[in-house]
Design a protein around this ligand. Structure first.
Ligand code: ZN
Ligand code: FE
Length: 255
C-alpha cells in the first residue's frame, strides 16, 4: 500500500508534512511549526501521530513539537548535535543513521549550511525527501551557520537522489525564488515554464510542493552552478561551480 502524503500550511509560509502508512498505522510529521493545524489534520483523518521528525532547530520548525507530543505521545526525533537546542528528544540521530518508521527505512542525511546540524529525511522506498530549509522549491535556505562550501556539498548530496524523488521543503518560497532565478536568466524556457506553473498553483491556492528532484536539477540555480550558461549569465564563465554557487547565493541575499 502506498504512503499518503499531506501538506499542511502552518504559520505564514511554513509547511509541515504528514506521511501515513496505513499498513502499519504509522503517521509521521516532518517539522512542527505549530500544533493546531497538524492536530486538526490528524483528527480529521483519524490518524494517530507516531513520530515527529525535526529538520533543524529554528523555532518555526519545532515550536509545535512539545504540544504534539503531549497530545499524541509521538516520539520526537532530531539531530544529536542539536539536542541542546531542540525540544527534548525521544531519539537523537546522526547523519548516516537509518530510522525505522513502521515498515519504512528512513535515511538521515546531514545537510549543514542553513544551520550546522540540519538534517534531511529520505524515505527511499517511496521516493520522498524532506529537506527543511536546505534544498527548497527553486532555491535553498539562507546560509546562517555554515559556509557556502558546506551548503554546496549538502545540495550536491541531495541532488544525487533519484530523479523522481519528490522534494518536500519547509516553506512556500517558490515564487520568490523563481523571480530571483529569472532575474539571472530571463529568457530560459524551463524557468519561464516553471514560473507559469507555480503562479497558476498559487493563484488556485495550491502549494507548489512537493516537486520532483529532476525539475530542481533543471531549474534551481543552486543545483546548476556547473552549467556554463548560468556561469556566463552571472559573468563567471569558466569559474568553478563552488565560486558560481557562492556568488549566486550572495546575490540572493541582496535580492
Ligand atoms: Zn530555518
Ligand atoms: Fe524555516
Amino acid at each position: 500500500m502506498p504512503l499518503e502524503l499531506v501538506t499542511i500550511p502552518c504559520l505564514s509560509d511554513n509547511y509541515a508534512w504528514l506521511v501515513h502508512d496505513a499498513a502499519t498505522d504509522t503517521t509521521v510529521v516532518i517539522d512542527a511549526p505549530e500544533a493546531a493545524p497538524i492536530l486538526h489534520e490528524l483528527y480529521a483523518r483519524g490518524w494517530k501521530l507516531s513520530h515527529i521528525l525535526l529538520t533543524h532547530h529554528h523555532p518555526d520548525h519545532i515550536q509545535g513539537a512539545p504540544m504534539l507530543e503531549a497530545a499524541t505521545g509521538a516520539r520526537i526525533i532530531g539531530a544529536a548535535a542539536d539536542a541542546h537546542r531542540l525540544p527534548p528528544l525521544t531519539e537523537a540521530v546522526e547523519p548516516g543513521d537509518v530510522l525505522r518508521v513502521g515498515m519504512q527505512a528512513v535515511e538521515v542525511i546531514g545537510v549543514p549550511g542553513h544551520t550546522s546540524g540540519h538534517l534531511a529525511y529520505h524515505f527511499a522506498a517511496t521516493g520522498l525527501a524532506f529537506t527543511g530549509d536546505s534544498l527548497m522549491g527553486w532555491g535553498c535556505g539562507r546560509i546562517f551557520e555554515g559556509t557556502p562550501a558546506q551548503m554546496f556539498a549538502s545540495l550536491e548530496r541531495l541532488a544525487e537522489l533519484p530523479d523522481a524523488t519528490r522534494i518536500c521543503a519547509g516553506h512556500e518560497y517558490t515564487l520568490n525564488n523563481g523571480r530571483f532565478a529569472l532575474s539571472l536568466e530571463p529568457d530560459h524556457p524551463a524557468l519561464m515554464a516553471r514560473m507559469a506553473e507555480a503562479q497558476a498553483a498559487r493563484a488556485a491556492g495550491r502549494p507548489t510542493l512537493p516537486v520532483p528532484l529532476a525539475l530542481e536539477r533543471a531549474t534551481n540555480p543552486y543545483l546548476r552552478s556547473a552549467d556554463p550558461a548560468l556561469a556566463a549569465a552571472v559573468g563567471m564563465a569558466g569559474a568553478d561551480p563552488l565560486a558560481v554557487f557562492t556568488e549566486i547565493r550572495a546575490r540572493k541575499d541582496r535580492f
